[in-house]
Design a protein around this ligand. Structure first.
Ligand code: NOJ
Ligand code: CA
Length: 660
C-alpha cells in the first residue's frame, strides 16, 4: 500500500482534489456564507455551487464556516473480496480531510472528500460532545450545469419495487438513489451512497431545474437522523463514466467501506440455489398449511435436495417452513423456531448434509420489527444448532412500530443489527425488502445479497416486468450491489402449471407470464450479479431439459468482469471470467438486435476455444415462442468477432473454454 500524507494548516477559502489520473477534480470552498463544492471532469465544469451542510433541530445550520485545517493523503491498495465480480480489487484514491469551524459557535464539521478515477465521494463527520444530535435536514446538493437523460424510480420510503422511467433531468421529481444520468455529450453519472450506518437512507428531491437536494427518509416524528456524541454520514457518491458499462465495473462502494475486522471468514461462501419459492408465487401451493396446499413439506424438500445434489447446486431455500403464515399482518405472527408439523427439520438437515447441500432458512417478518428483534438471537441460534448457514429475510408489510418506514434510520439500524448478529452466529444473509445496499458487505461479507428491485415474482402475479426492465436495472439499482432477482424460469408461459394455478394476489389479471425468451432467462444469471444465485423455476421444469446444462455451468462468483457493450434500457453484453472459462451473456429489450462479440478483448491471443452456447431461435420472441432456443458447441479462434442475434426480449450465453 502506498500512502502519502501531508497536513496543511492554514486559513483559506478553497481546497482542490484531483483523482489519480487527474481527470476528475473536486473543488470546495466558502461562498456566500455556505460551504459548496464543484465537480470538473475532463476540463469541463459539471457540477457547480452545490451546497453542503445540515440543519439541526436546535436551529443550528452550517452557515458562517471557516476552513480550519485540511489534510491530504493518497491510498493505493489491492484487496481480495470473499465473492463478487472480481477476485481482486484495486482501491486507489486521493483524499482531502477538511475541518470547518463554525464562526460564533464551538461546532466543528469535518468533510472528507475522495477522488477516484471512477467517481468522487464525500462524507460529513462531527464529534459533537452534546448528548443528543437531531438532524432535520441534510443540505447536500447535486447541482448540474445542463439538462440530461435520467433513469429513475419514484422515491417511495418503503419500496424500490418499481419500473424505471426515463425523463429529462428538468422533468424529474422526487427520485430514489441510485439514480443514473447521461449528459448530452455522453458522460454518465450515478448518484448513490456508501456505508449507510446509524443514519437514514437518501432520496433526491428536485429543487431547481438541474439540481437535486438530499432528502433523508424521516423517522415517524419527521426528524431525519438521531444520534449522540457525534455522527458520521454515509458517503455521498457520484460515479463518473464515459460509457454505461463503466458504472457496472466500478467497485467504488466497496472501496469506500472498511475491510472486515473479523479474520475467520472461511465459512462465507457464495451459493447457487434452487428452492421452495416459485410454486407459491405462481399460486400452485402455499406458504401456510391451512389450505392443504403446503409447499415446504419434508417430502417436497427432499425432492429439491435430491435435484440440487444431482445437478451441481449448492443450496435449497425452504420458504414456508415455520409457523405463522396464516396470521400474516397480525402482531407477533411468525414463530422463527417452530416448524410446521409436516416439515421434519431434523431429518431434512441431516439428509441435506449427507448430500452436501446447504439449506437456506427463511425469516419473513411481515415488517414486525418489534417481534423479530425480540426473537432474533434465539432464531439465529436455532439455525446455528441445525447447521443452517444461509438465511433469506423478508419485510413484506408495514413496519411495526407504526409510522417508521423501510428506508429510514430506524430500519437502517435494524438491518445492520441483523447483519452484525448474523455475523456473530456464522450466518450469511439474503435480504428482501431491504434498505438499499451500500457496500457494507466489504466489512460484513456475510451480507450476500438483496432484493430491493422489482424482481421475478412480479411476473407470477402482476402485469410483470417488460424486457427493458432488466436492461435498466444493472445501471441503476445494480450499482448499489448484488440483486437477488431470482431468474432462470424455463416454463415461460406457465403452461405446465395453468391447471393448478390459483389467483392469490389482487394484481393478477389472469394473463401472467414471464416477458422474455428462455435464453434471456439464463443470460440474467450472468448479467445480474448475486452471490446467492437462484435458478428459480420448479425443479420439474428443469428435469431433462437440455438448457439446464448451461445453468449448471454458471457460478455464483467471478474472477473478472468486463462490460463489452451496452446502452441503458436497450441491451447489455457482459463477459465474466471464472477460472479459465469466460462467460459472455447478452440481453436485449423489446427490440431484436445483433451484437458483435470482440473475442480479442478478453480471450488470449492465438488460441482456439470451444464455445458452449444457448441463444434465441429464429422464431423466438418474448410473446410468441418464448421457449424456443438453440443450444450447441462451436469452435472459435481468439481473434474472431462473431455476431450473435438476440430476438425480441431475447438473449444468449456463450461459455468459452480453451481447446487443449
Ligand atoms: C417477498 C419476497 O421478495 C419473496 O421472495 C418472498 O417469497 C415473499 N416476500 C414471502 O416472504
Ligand atoms: Ca419483494
Amino acid at each position: 500500500m502506498l500512502l502519502f500524507i501531508s497536513i496543511l494548516v492554514l486559513s483559506q477559502e478553497r481546497v482542490e482534489l484531483q483523482s489519480p489520473s487527474g481527470e476528475i477534480i473536486i473543488r470546495a470552498g466558502i461562498e456566500d456564507d455556505s460551504f459548496v463544492y464543484g465537480l470538473i471532469y475532463k476540463d469541463t465544469v459539471r457540477i457547480e455551487h452545490a451546497e453542503l451542510g445540515y440543519v439541526f433541530a436546535n436551529g443550528d445550520s452550517c452557515k458562517k464556516l471557516d476552513i480550519h485545517t485540511y489534510e491530504e493523503r493518497t491510498v493505493d491498495e489491492i484487496w481480495e473480496p470473499k465473492w463478487g465480480q472480481y477476485s481482486s480489487i484495486r482501491n486507489n484514491y486521493n483524499e482531502i480531510y477538511v475541518v470547518l469551524n463554525q464562526v460564533n459557535s464551538d461546532r466543528q464539521i469535518e468533510v472528507i472528500f475522495r477522488a477516484y478515477d471512477d467517481g468522487v465521494a464525500f462524507r460529513y463527520k462531527s464529534h459533537d460532545a452534546t448528548d443528543s444530535i437531531v438532524i432535520i435536514s441534510e443540505e447536500t446538493k447535486f447541482r448540474f450545469k445542463e439538462d440530461m437523460d435520467v433513469w429513475w424510480i419514484w422515491a417511495d420510503y418503503n419500496t424500490y419495487e418499481k419500473l424505471y422511467k426515463k425523463t429529462k433531468l428538468s422533468e424529474c421529481e422526487h427520485v430514489a438513489a441510485p439514480v443514473t444520468l447521461k449528459s448530452q455529450s455522453g458522460v454518465y453519472y450515478s448518484i448513490c451512497e456508501a456505508d449507510i450506518d446509524n443514519y437514514s437512507s437518501m432520496t433526491l428531491l428536485k429543487t431547481d431545474l438541474f439540481e437535486f437536494k438530499t432528502n433523508l427518509v424521516p423517522w415517524a416524528d419527521g426528524t431525519k437522523v438521531k444520534t449522540s456524541g457525534g455522527f458520521e454520514s454515509p458517503w455521498r457518491v457520484i460515479l463518473v463514466a464515459d460509457n454505461p458499462g463503466d458504472l457496472i465495473e466500478s467497485s467504488i462502494l466497496y472501496n469506500l467501506n472498511e475491510p472486515p475486522s473479523k479474520q475467520d471468514l472461511d465459512w462465507i461462501e457464495p451459493a447457487k440455489y434452487v428452492g421452495i419459492w416459485w410454486e407459491m408465487h405462481l399460486g400452485i401451493s402455499d406458504w401456510g398449511i391451512s389450505k392443504n396446499r403446503h409447499a415446504a413439506t419434508t417430502e417436497n424438500t427432499i425432492q429439491y435436495i435430491d435435484f440440487a445434489a444431482k445437478n451441481g447446486f449448492d443450496a435449497v431455500l425452504i420458504e414456508g417452513w415455520n409457523t405463522g403464515w396464516e396470521d400474516w399482518g397480525k402482531a407477533e405472527a411468525f414463530y422463527f423456531s417452530t416448524p410446521y408439523p409436516d416439515f421434519d427439520i431434523d431429518s431434512i438437515v441431516r439428509y441435506a448434509k449427507s448430500k452436501d447441500i446447504e439449506i437456506i432458512g427463511h425469516h419473513e417478518t411481515g415488517g414486525d420489527i418489534l417481534s423479530y428483534e425480540k426473537n432474533i438471537e434465539k432464531a439465529f441460534q436455532f439455525y446455528q444448532n441445525h447447521g443452517i448457514k444461509y438465511v433469506k429475510t423478508g419485510y413484506a408489510g408495514g413496519i411495526k412500530p407504526e409510522g417508521e418506514s423501510h428506508h429510514g434510520q430506524f430500519m437502517v439500524n435494524h438491518y445492520n443489527k441483523v447483519m452484525r448478529t448474523a455475523m456473530y452466529y456464522g450466518i450469511m444473509l439474503d435480504v428482501h425488502e431491504p434498505v438499499i445496499p451500500s457496500g457494507l458487505a466489504r466489512t460484513y461479507p456475510n451480507l450476500l445479497s438483496f432484493e430491493g428491485v422489482r424482481g421475478m415474482e412480479w411476473n407470477a402475479w402482476s402485469e410483470g416486468n417488460p424486457p427493458s426492465h432488466t436492461c435498466i436495472i444493472p445501471f441503476t439499482r445494480g450499482i448499489a450491489g448484488p440483486i437477488d432477482y431470482t431468474p432462470g424460469i424455463f416454463d415461460i408461459d406457465f403452461s405446465n402449471s395453468l391447471s393448478e394455478k390459483k389467483k392469490w394476489n389482487d394484481l393478477d389479471d389472469g394473463k401472467t407470464a414471464v416477458h422474455s425468451t428462455l435464453s434471456n432467462q439464463i443470460a440474467l444469471m450472468v448479467v445480474l450479479y448475486s452471490p446467492v444465485l437462484m435458478a428459480a423455476d420448479l425443479i420439474d421444469n428443469y428435469k431433462n431439459h437440455p438448457a439446464l446444462e448451461i445453468v449448471k455451468e454458471i457460478p455464483a462468483t467471478w474472477d473478472d468482469t468486463k462490460v463489452l457493450s451496452s446502452e441503458i434500457g436497450e441491451y447489455i453484453v457482459i463477459a465474466r471470467r471464472s477460472g479459465d472459462k469466460w462467460f459472455v451473456a447478452g440481453i436485449t429489450n423489446e427490440n431484436r438486435r445483433g451484437v458483435l462479440i470482440n473475442l480479442p478483448e478478453f480471450l488470449e491471443p492465438d488460441k482456439t476455444y470451444d464455445c458452449f452456447y444457448i441463444k434465441d431461435h429464429l422464431l423466438s420472441h418474448y410473446e410468441k415462442y418464448p421457449e424456443k432456443y438453440l443450444i450447441g458447441h462451436k469452435t472459435f479462434k481468439s481473434n474472431e468477432t462473431p455476431d450473435v442475434q438476440m430476438k425480441e426480449g431475447g438473449g444468449f450465453v456463450m461459455i468459452f473454454e480453451e481447446k487443449k
